[in-house]
Design a binder for this molecule. Sequence first.
Ligand code: PBE
Length: 263
Amino acid sequence: SAVAKPPVVVGSKTFSESHILAEVAAQYLAANGVPVERKIGLGGTLITYEALVQGELDVYPEYTGTLTGAVFDDLSMDTARLGEALDGDGLEFLVPLGFNNSYALAITEALATRLSIASISDLAAQPDLDIGLSLEFLNRGDGWPELQRRYALPQQAKGIEHALAYRALEAGQLDVADAYTTDGNLDLYSLRLLDDDLGVFPAYDAGYLSRKDLPNRARELLAELEGVIDETTMRALNRRVATDGLSPEVVAFDFLAEKALVL
Ligand code: PBE
């Protein structure tokens, strides 16, 4: 029939890696003849997940540990149980992209050396440390409440915008902040990422979370992106936005061109 297919709506959360990965999907689909619409920077995990469940979006970049920890609040979930839980919401997790972007706690090398802090356990003996965490991390099931409980940490943490955290550490306005391990600007600062010696953080394997009613053609195309981004590559892409000031659109386009995924 002559009825136009509705566009596939590609969404993202608010941080730049999410935007880059949404652009990779959107541009790859569009380059292969699938009409797309973008809803970038919708909000945090729960808002974006709910928008997907409600059908306001069809797909957005997400991480396995974020689903078990933040959405289902059950870090004991394995892949099979996660798949069932998503299925119950009409969703499925497509393609591991090939990298893990974990939370970590960061402290300046200078302070870490002075206080002999190497692991999260070591923080328990330092009640006066000033801890500032991204707002979502402050409340998530895989975030501060769980760290505080498992490691018996005595500090009170406050919220800080993630984009400002590394600079605040360097300026001495904060002692400890949460880091994202693929952040492109991490290398610019002399920070130590503390060992999660009790293994609280799960694996945060990146992929595309989609509605089960995603058109088959779109699902096939996204499947072709399996394993195309390793950790080093993701860091380099993030660095181009955070440090070089390029837009996520341009960074995604260059990446697809370099991989010969678009012509
Ligand atoms: N992460 C690290 C967070 C932000 C970056 C993947 C654990 C998340 O979006 O869940």
